[in-house]
Design a protein around this ligand. Sequence first.
Ligand code: 5GP
Length: 182
Amino acid sequence: MNELDHQLEKILITEDEIKKKVQELADEIDTAFPPGEEIIMICILRGAVVFMADLARCLERQVTFDFMDVSSYGSGTVTSGVVRIIKDLEEDISGKNVLIVEDIIDTGLTLKYVVKVLKTRKPARLKVVTLLDKPERRVTEFKADFNGFAIPDMFVVGYGLDYAQKYRNLPYIAVLKASVYS
Ligand code: 5GP
């Protein structure tokens, strides 16, 4: 998709900026976990798929993948405030190094819930990486261990993030026109 789609306002973060940031995050993560030890990367479906695929290839160690689907949004842009697990992990994470990979933290409700649930399974270490963060929108206190870009309160799509399941394959992060969802 070369031209900016008519529903998109502007490009907020370019492909090059994302690429650079993903490598920086991978370096931070490699330093934070014990050298040489394997990490289970947990992708929060579906928005974090693209980010996790790129991040995994920048890490200098063995990693395995697992996936969790948690709902807090419908097909629109407003959080329901209710979090539930739609698909749980396949792997036992007790005693393991675990990295939760998220696309964006908004209210903080999703990750607060996921971290609480996964901590009860006694991983050796549990850390969270997010590509994007909207700190202004928090309704509950939550901070990831590794943060990509802080962005203003705007609805964004691309690089895995969708609007009504579209735009996930954009290589950049773009702002959706407010007229599309208001
Ligand atoms: P939270 O529980 O932190 O409010 O919600 C996090 C989830 O909301 C993200 O994983 C993502 O699915 C969705 N979300 C929050 N802000 C945006 C946004 O600007 N664009 C898109 N596409 N999804 C968002």
